[in-house]
Ligand binder design. Structure first.
Ligand code: HEC
Length: 271
């Protein structure tokens, strides 16, 4: 086959999404470059901003954003929905957010690049005691005004300062060492949901806090661990660790706390 035909055939395969090796990791282009490449301007998207929402109630904010799927099609190729189970968002500050691909198919996610009112692209992260936190280059936001399930999940699936996205298969086998008491099994998902964006446990998780989470937990007595998780700012006034989801009823927070405590005491604590 002559070269130019071969090249045209490959281009066609890539464009039609039949290419079986789509990029696994992608550094996102700068927002201005992205706009030029896809020829679309970001659209206004109104959400309840979980970093600003308090027990007094949700706070609405309007961002300029692209549908996540449009950007994922562009950077990974249209096959990104298959062959991996998770999209990993890497932030400039070490926060790693792993979000199941199923969530992107069942809910509406967007990558925000600014505010509709042209204000500074920052947010006060009330639970982490941080003000004017930069959100760019990209900030993952979700339609959560009509989607109660997403609303109840709070800010953990809203990574900011996102510069790179990856498609990964996340084996959480390290979180289930041999002989783990089956009664503690629910703690695995709770730890992933509430703790492991920042902490590492037995080699699995984020890099925002140093040390293995089980080792950290084992160094504290029950009472200190409890305050650390439910009211971290009482233990360490300037901590960037958020309290365990305040959206949940107190009883539920206590239940999660107990399970996590029992689970972390059983983990090796050396990872
Ligand atoms: C947004 C990031 C983040 C999340 C989520 C998070 N932590 Fe932390 N955590 C930190 C950081 C950062 C530290 C280091 C000390 C500090 O700045 O407060 C820390 C410290 C700790 C410590 C050590 C405290 C000490 O006094 O040595 C424990 C125990 C802990 N976290 C438990 C948890 C548990 C359990 C969860 C889940 C329920 C959790 N953390 C969720 C960021 C986080």
């Amino acid at each position: 086959m002559p070269h130019h035909i071969l090249r045209a055939a490959i281009a066609l395969i890539v464009m039609s999404g039949l290419w079986l090796g789509p990029a696994l990791a992608a550094t996102l282009p700068e927002p201005a470059q992205l706009k030029a490449r896809i020829g679309l301007a970001p659209v206004p998207v109104e959400v309840y901003e979980p970093h600003l929402s308090t027990q007094q109630g949700p706070v609405k904010r309007s961002y300029l954003a692209y549908r996540f799927e449009v950007i994922a099609d562009l950077v990974f190729g249209p096959m990104w929905r298959d062959g991996a189970d998770t999209v990993e968002f890497r932030a400039l500050d070490g926060y790693v957010s792993r979000i199941p691909i199923a969530d992107f198919l069942a809910h509406k996610a967007y990558l925000a690049v600014g505010l509709t009112d042209d204000g500074p692209f920052t947010v006060d992260n009330l639970r982490q005691n941080e003000t004017d936190v930069a959100l760019g280059p990209y900030y993952l936001i979700w339609e959560n005004i009509d989607d109660a399930e997403i609303f109840s999940r709070g800010p953990s699936i809203w990574p900011y300062q996102v510069a790179e996205i990856l498609r990964v298969n996340t084996s959480d086998a390290p979180l289930r060492p041999a002989g783990l008491d089956p009664a503690l099994e629910p703690a695995v998902d709770l730890a992933k949901k509430h703790c492991l964006n920042c902490h590492k446990l037995n080699g699995f998780g984020g890099n925002k806090a140093p040390g293995d989470l089980a080792a950290l937990a084992q160094a504290l007595n029950d009472e200190t661990f409890r305050s650390r998780v439910l009211e971290p700012q009482l233990v360490q006034p300037n901590t960037t660790m958020p309290p365990l989801s305040r959206e949940l009823p107190d009883q539920e927070r206590e239940r999660i706390l107990k399970l996590l405590r029992a689970y972390l005491l059983k983990m090796p604590g050396e990872g």
